[in-house]
Design a protein around this ligand. Structure first.
Ligand SMILES: C[S@@+](CC[C@H](N)C(=O)[O-])C[C@H]1O[C@@H](n2cnc3c(N)ncnc32)[C@H](O)[C@@H]1O
Length: 214
């Protein structure tokens, strides 16, 4: 990824998505599937939803989903994929800069999967605000890198700030009361790079439940 841009984050991410017809696999993230599979569907918020695979998977399971991303290119693909999957009426796509946007209302699931950026992204602030939008009894699920793939072309702006799940739980104040931290794990995952290189990446998985009943 080129970290030099004069177009700001939306221009950067639109260029990134425009490099190829499809960037991601179209499959939902494995940790989301595992952590949310048995949760009763209600309202979900997907932060940095990209091309929409997670939001569509949730909608197929009965969730009403709001997918937020800064890239219009990614969101128009997400919309198209949702239509093809027959769930367009269950997903609301929002083109917003999460650095500026504040969630309205409450969600039984707030999910942030690999919300990272090679350019400025106040991830901690975004996650803190998103946590406030979790309904009583609802879940916050954050999955992130603990290091970037060795074939990455440029350093990410947030590379020095890749917390473990436990560190993130502490930073977000989830250990201070009002939350039950249910999962803080580091998981190895085999990934294949653009030239077929294989590496094992470690993901930090944080799942926390807001105390209370709906
Ligand atoms: C590494 S991708 C992950 C996409 C998706 N969650 C997944 O797991 O495949 C990060 C996503 O965050 C989005 N993003 C980055 N900065 C953003 C910002 N400031 N506001 C909203 N979305 C942003 C990007 O457009 C991109 O789709």
């Amino acid at each position: 990824m080129d970290t030099e841009t004069t177009e700001g984050p939306s221009g950067f991410w639109d260029s990134f998505y425009s490099e190829r017809e499809r960037i991601w696999s179209g499959k939902p993230n494995a940790a989301l599937v595992r952590e949310a599979e048995t949760v009763a569907p209600a309202r979900a918020l997907d932060l940095g939803c990209g091309e929409g695979a997670d939001a569509i998977w949730l909608a197929q399971r009965g969730w009403t989903v709001t997918g937020v991303d800064i890239s219009a290119v990614a969101l128009s693909r997400a919309q198209q994929h949702a239509e093809e999957a027959g769930v367009a009426d269950r997903v609301h796509w929002l083109e917003r800069d999460l650095a500026l946007w504040e969630p309205e209302g409450e969600y039984e699931l707030v999910s942030a999967q690999f919300l990272h950026s090679p350019i400025e992204l106040p991830r901690e602030r975004i996650l803190r605000r998103a946590a406030e939008a979790v309904a009583p009894g609802g879940l916050l699920l954050v999955v992130g890198h603990t290091a970037f793939p060795p074939w990455g072309r440029h350093r990410h702006a947030d590379e020095a700030e890749l917390p473990t799940a436990e560190e993130l739980a502490m930073t977000l104040g989830l250990r201070a009361g009002g939350w039950q931290v249910e999962t803080t794990t580091s998981e190895g995952r085999e990934v294949t790079g653009p030239e077929g290189q294989v590496a094992v990446m470690t993901d930090a998985v944080l799942r926390a439940r807001r105390v209370g009943t709906a």
